[in-house]
Design a protein around this ligand. Structure first.
Ligand SMILES: NC(=O)c1ccc[n+]([C@@H]2O[C@H](COP(=O)([O-])OP(=O)(O)OC[C@H]3O[C@@H](n4cnc5c(N)ncnc54)[C@H](O)[C@@H]3O)[C@@H](O)[C@H]2O)c1
Ligand SMILES: CC(C)C[C@H](N)C(=O)O
Length: 366
């Protein structure tokens, strides 16, 4: 791939390729934009088909974090890491310690956390080498696994989207189809069940499905049937790109609100949802609970404060819907504008000169 061309197109700042022969570490740290602050984004461990595929994923995910953090109102930029490898087989202590030293080398420009394929235990290992890691164990005074908080944020955002579609944000009696019942979706289902919603679930993992059936009285359907079931709300909580040419015409829900990153295969699928009158809660706005929670560690973790901030996802989704209606644009575009305008405003306000201790003039002020 033409890396510089891609980086220039979307205005990326930096990419770091990390290799450690001893531990087998092969990592790509990507920093997209630090206008709002240091780049915070998780580390994904995955078996990629090629190095190009890994680099592309790191780039795409890092940019996604710039938008997610900006739209969530965090003073943080966007970055992400991918580690090439099988999270079930290839992890070892030295690998995450070596990775931690690479992060330390960036001196705070990049802060990591969990993502697909990495765990709190992995963050604890990174923490042995650098303070620039979040989602570390509560035993270290940190916030631990972000998934339950992500789920709470999705629940709050779903209510805001329901308000628009149904004129009430109560989810009691609503039929909600959930794709994937993993870490985030299990807790999401718990909130929905407690509010009196009926659940339809699917997952490639039979045990995960069984657990949702037993714990929440969910109805299980086959993998491909989840798009076409009769339901009020569709919650994609597994993979990206699931709103595409093959699935979009099958969807009967009036609301799409779920945790998965990059739900739209292409932006034109977001345009199509708008035309179909489906209220789509943009993925990076509704699933920001995890990053909001781990970001609170940077101020000394306070769960109450973090949860309060996560609750604002309701308002953020409501604002995006408002902009979408006002300007008659799809919600994904309204979210992009919200994020881009904030970054642009901060970029301009930061252009004012501020003397700091490293500046050439600083010796004259001592
Ligand atoms: N964990 C977080 O805090 C967080 C934060 C923001 C976004 N997300 C996103 O939310 C999604 C879920 O994250 P998670 O942490 O719960 O992951 P997870 O791996 O625990 O859960 C995903 C579930 O989806 C299932 N699945 C995979 N392919 C499927 C398919 N084709 N059909 C149905 N089910 C399938 C898996 O078996 C698994 O149970 C991911 O896209 C992730 O990027 C997670
Ligand atoms: C910082 C992490 C909690 C980020 C999370 N993996 C996400 O995609 O939002």
């Amino acid at each position: 791939m033409e890396i510089f061309k891609y980086m220039e197109t979307y205005d990326y700042e930096q990419m770091v390729i990390c290799q450690d022969k001893q531990s087998g570490l092969k990592a790509i740290i990507c920093i997209h934009d630090t206008t709002l602050g240091p780049a915070l984004g998780g580390t994904r461990m995955w078996t990629y088909d090629s190095e190009d595929a890994a680099i592309e994923d790191a780039l795409r995910l890092a940019r996604g974090m710039t938008y997610k953090n900006a739209a969530a109102g965090l003073n943080l930029g966007g970055g992400k890491t991918v580690i090439i490898g099988d999270p079930k087989k290839d992890k070892n202590e030295e690998m995450f310690r070596a990775f931690g030293r690479y992060i330390q080398g960036l001196n705070g420009r990049y802060i990591t956390a969990e993502d697909v394929g990495t765990t709190v235990e992995d963050m604890d290992l990174i923490y042995q080498e650098t303070p620039f890691v979040t989602g570390v164990s509560p035993a270290f005074g940190s916030s631990g696994n972000p998934s339950p908080v992500t789920a709470y944020g999705v629940y709050r955002g779903m209510k805001a989207a329901a308000m628009e579609a149904f004129g009430t944000d109560s989810l009691e009696g609503k039929v909600i189809a959930v794709q994937g019942v993993g870490h985030v979706a299990y807790t999401l289902c718990k909130h929905l069940h407690e509010e009196g919603a009926s659940l339809i679930v699917t997952d490639i993992n039979k045990e995960a499905v069984q657990r949702a059936v037993e714990d929440f009285g969910a109805k299980a359907v086959d993998i491909d049937d989840i798009y076409s079931v009769d339901c009020d709300i569709f919650a994609p909580c597994a993979l990206g790109a699931i709103i595409n040419d093959d699935t979009i015409s099958k969807i009967k829900a009036k609301v799409i609100a779920g945790a998965a990153n990059n739900q739209l295969k292409e932006t034109r699928h977001g345009d199509a949802l708008h035309e179909m009158g489906i209220v789509y809660a943009p993925d990076y706005v509704i699933n920001a609970g995890g990053v909001i929670n781990v970001a609170d560690e940077l101020n000394g973790y306070n769960r109450e404060r973090a949860i309060k901030k996560v609750e604002t996802i309701y308002d953020n989704i409501a604002s995006v819907i408002e902009i979408s209606k006002r300007d008659n644009i799809p919600t994904y575009l309204a979210a992009d504008r919200l994020a881009e305008e904030r970054i642009e405003r901060m970029r301009k306000s930061r252009s004012q000169f501020l003397l700091n201790e490293r500046h050439i003039l600083s010796s004259r002020t001592r």
